[in-house]
Ligand binder design. Structure first.
Ligand code: TAP
Length: 481
């Protein structure tokens, strides 16, 4: 049991036992209850927002270097407790321990990156129309941020918001996913150790439809930063009661194109990694693959080999496994439904297709990484976000056809291309209607470049300087001399 965090909220720099009803948190690899969260009440949400409001002016007035120093301390505190935080994450989310530890270290990296960016917030002097006028454009922090995050990357998706907001001079109230609250509370503990001033970071736990919705409806929050499904993002957009800034990082259905000039081994390896890492529960997971027809069968053979080499285990028992448990029954059931839909409509099963056998897998949410071929856009795997370990494959005849198929989706988050011919690289990367295009690699997001989606994948950016600009307003000051 994670007794230290049981039923705790983090408000105004203090741990506080939540007074709302207790909700169990399970280890998805075993079904064991590892602790409880308290569903924050309306009064507790108000207290967290009020604490963030009180902390805002003093935090915003600090010199950027001081805010940067605080973020560096937070990065150090997180790195120092990476092993313990990784165990918490694996226990509640299911990903293998080494992968969880890597995510915690990425969170520390975000702290250090935005610690430096804090000092690079500056404006411009714009010449006036006449010589006696001058315009200054300055940037100011937006204010109090309400952040709502999902369970697939329980540390990083909090970190990008928290670090961007704090660097800019904002304060924050975070509502983590109900499935993965303890990683968030461990971040709060690191904030205490790093001496982040009271009220700058606050965490309230509970159900999205209640506690998340209370943040969305709160009138004293200046910006909502949300990562989650497109359906909930749209609901948030519709139910927000006031005009305010909002960033929405939403769902994806990401294509990978294996062009005629591709290195097939590299493409198969990349597809297996980005299709199935974190059990496919990634907004930028490869969901569908389009292969130049002459390479179709040989690519499928390579992909089958790469996928069947992936190891699955209880992530606490085997830290270096490639894959762990899925986070809950819901994405597992959706994966099975999308697989059944594809097979019913004529897809060919190439790899996986069932749960792994054995005592280790008897009580948890496990499924083998699954590939189906001969897919069409009549099938859900090619048009909807599965968010599980299922990838569909189809052949194409021309680059135009490949680009059209890749763009045939309401989503626009990430896309992937494998090609050695620079003309193919150019043609495809220009045609793909996505916020991120990775060519001959599958790492669509890096810390120092903007990361965001188009169409139903959202509005706004995280990562890079752009990730901090989301938390800043412009102010134009026109001066007559
Ligand atoms: P959602 O069901 O949308 O939940 C996301 C967060 O919103 C959770 O904290 C959830 O709380 C909360 N929530 C639910 N209903 C709410 C409401 N009415 N008002 C306010 N908050 C509410 O997504 P998920 O299943 O956790 O995550 C998977 C989705 O996230 C996928 O679509 C994936 O593509 C997307 N995602 C996108 C990105 C980027 S960067 N674009 C990154 C990761 C994930 P509960 O946990 O209590 O339900």
């Amino acid at each position: 049991m994670l007794a230290a965090y049981d039923s705790q909220l983090f408000i105004a720099g203090q741990w506080q036992r939540g007074s709302g009803r207790a909700l169990p948190v399970e280890n998805p690899a075993t079904g064991e209850v590892i602790g409880h969260i308290a569903a924050a009440t309306a009064g507790e949400v108000d207290a967290a927002v009020a604490a963030a409001r009180r902390a805002f002016r003093p935090w915003a007035r600090l010199a950027p270097k001081e805010r940067g120093a605080a973020l560096h301390r937070l990065g150090d505190a997180i790195s120092a407790r990476a092993d313990a935080m990784a165990r918490i994450m694996t226990s509640e989310q299911g990903k293998p321990l080494n992968e969880a530890r890597g995510e915690i270290l990425k969170l520390a990296e975000a702290c250090h990156f935005y610690a430096e960016e804090a000092e690079r917030v500056h404006g411009e002097i714009v010449p006036g129309a006449t010589t006696d006028h001058e315009s200054m454009v300055v940037r100011e922090p937006i204010g109090v941020v309400g952040a709502i995050t999902p369970w697939n990357y329980p540390a990083e998706l909090i970190g990008w918001k928290l670090c961007g907001a704090l660097a800019a001079g904002c304060t924050i109230v975070i509502k983590p996913a109900e499935l993965t609250p303890f990683t968030a509370l461990a971040i709060a503990e690191a904030c205490m150790e790093a001496k982040i001033p009271a009220g700058v970071v606050n965490i309230v736990t509970g159900k999205g439809s209640e506690v998340g919705q209370a943040l969305v409806e709160h009138r004293d929050i200046d910006k909502i930063a949300f990562t989650g499904s497109s359906a909930v993002g749209l609901h948030i957009q519709r139910t927000t009661p006031i005009v305010r800034r909002m960033s929405l990082e939403l769902g994806g259905n990401c294509p990978l194109i294996v062009a005629p000039s591709a290195d097939l081994d590299a493409a198969a390896k990349g597809a297996a990694r980005r299709g199935f890492r974190n059990m496919g529960q990634i907004c930028i997971a490869v969901n569908r693959i389009y292969v130049a027809r002459p390479h179709y069968e040989s690519f499928l053979d390579r992909l089958k080999g790469a996928v069947e080499r992936l190891t699955i285990a209880n992530g606490l028992e085997r830290p270096d496994a490639d894959l762990g448990a899925m986070a809950s029954a819901e994405p597992l059931e959706k994966t099975k439904a999308h697989l059944a839909d594809a097979l019913d409509k004529g897809a060919r099963l190439v790899a996986g297709g069932s749960a792994p056998e054995g005592e280790t897998f008897a009580r948890g949410h496990f499924f083998r990484p699954t590939v189906v071929a001969d897919c069409t856009h009549e099938m859900k795997v090619m048009t909807e976000e599965t968010f599980g370990p299922l990838v569909g494959v189809a052949p194409f005849d021309t680059l135009d056809e490949a680009a059209d198929l890749a763009n045939d989706t309401p989503y626009g988050l990430a896309s992937y291309v494998y090609a050695r011919d620079l003309n193919e690289v150019r043609a495809l990367s220009q045609r793909l209607d996505y916020g991120n295009v990775a060519v001959n690699n599958v790492d669509a997001g890096v810390m120092n470049a903007p990361y965001g989606g188009r169409k139903q994948s959202g509005v706004g950016y995280e990562h890079g300087r752009e990730g901090m600009l989301e938390y800043l307003n412009f102010k134009h000051i026109r001066i007559r001399y």
